[in-house]
Design a protein around this ligand. Structure first.
Ligand code: ADP
Length: 263
């Protein structure tokens, strides 16, 4: 909004009833966006008013995962977000011309996030989920500045290396004094036809991150759940029908639903 003063971020006002969760991971490809999209769809399915900000500049995958078919529109000087499966969605990819790769610098991302939070007509949200870029970049600091009450949700795989980087992502929250709501372990195992579980990426990563963060923040950081590998989750994401809605009986859907209910 050229020239005009920055609008206040409604979620930062004292007394805001919107719970804001910043979904973070140490590295890409662990399923952070899939978790965000499914939690959003699940919460909206419970009747809550839900919004998602896709700030993952390397991914832009949230609109596809949630089956968003429309573009944002402008009404007066506010941006109206498209809605899919009852979730209001804004993605930084919706504003990048032709989805051209952009070299994002910290201040640009901060400004984009500020606009997404303040200039989008969200209405009265119960829950706002922010899909952050992977890693411990400036964006986590921006979130803390723009929405001091935002809580961090850490996504990891069971793998040792992924757990270590996830832990570092969580330690940013320490510096910014944000509450870490918990850890989600994704890709925990593959259920074989005989009923046994193959732990493709090892085991224990989620619990390790939760325990280590608990020690470092001095408050309980729970392991909120473990999500198995499931082709139906991946297909649902590719087709814009989140597994929690399209295949609610899949174990991965049940795990995601339980995590959403526990938030
Ligand atoms: P990130 O946001 O961490 O980069 P994504 O959510 O984009 O990761 O997931 C990466 C890929 O892995 C996607 O194709 C997604 O559909 C797939 N995926 C994520 N979690 C699972 C799972 N539990 N089972 C099967 N495929 C998954």
């Amino acid at each position: 909004r050229g020239g005009t003063a920055e609008r206040e971020v409604p979620f930062a006002k004292p007394g805001s009833l919107t719970r804001v969760y910043a979904v973070a991971s140490g590295k890409g490809g662990v399923g952070k966006s899939s978790v965000t999209a499914n939690l959003a769809a699940s919460l909206a399915g419970q009747g809550l008013s839900v919004g998602v900000v896709d700030a993952d500049i390397y991914g832009f995958s949230i609109p596809r995962m949630l089956g968003v078919e429309h573009r944002p529109t402008q009404v007066d000087d506010m941006i109206m977000p498209p809605v899919s499966h009852g979730v209001k969605v804004i993605s930084i990819g919706m504003f990048v011309p032709g989805n051209q790769p952009v070299v994002w610098r910290g201040p640009m991302l901060h400004r984009a996030l500020q606009q997404f939070l303040a200039d989008v007509f969200w209405g009265d949200l119960d829950v706002l989920l922010l899909d952050l870029p992977p890693g411990t970049g400036d964006i986590a600091i921006s979130v803390a500045q723009l929405v001091p009450g935002a809580e961090i949700l850490v996504v990891t795989t069971p793998q040792q290396a992924a757990a270590e980087v996830a832990e570092r992502a969580g330690s940013i929250a320490l510096q910014t004094h944000q509450r870490i709501v918990g850890v989600v372990e994704n890709m925990s195992w593959l259920q074989l036809p005989d009923g046994s579980r193959e732990e493709i990426f090892g085991s224990g990563g989620g619990r390790e991150v939760a325990e280590s963060l608990t020690r470092s923040v001095g408050a309980d950081v729970p392991l909120l759940g473990q999500i198995p590998l499931d082709t139906r989750l991946r297909v649902g994401s590719d087709e814009g029908m989140p597994v929690v809605l399209g295949e609610p009986d899949a174990p991965a859907a049940a795990a995601l639903r339980d995590i959403a209910t526990g938030l």
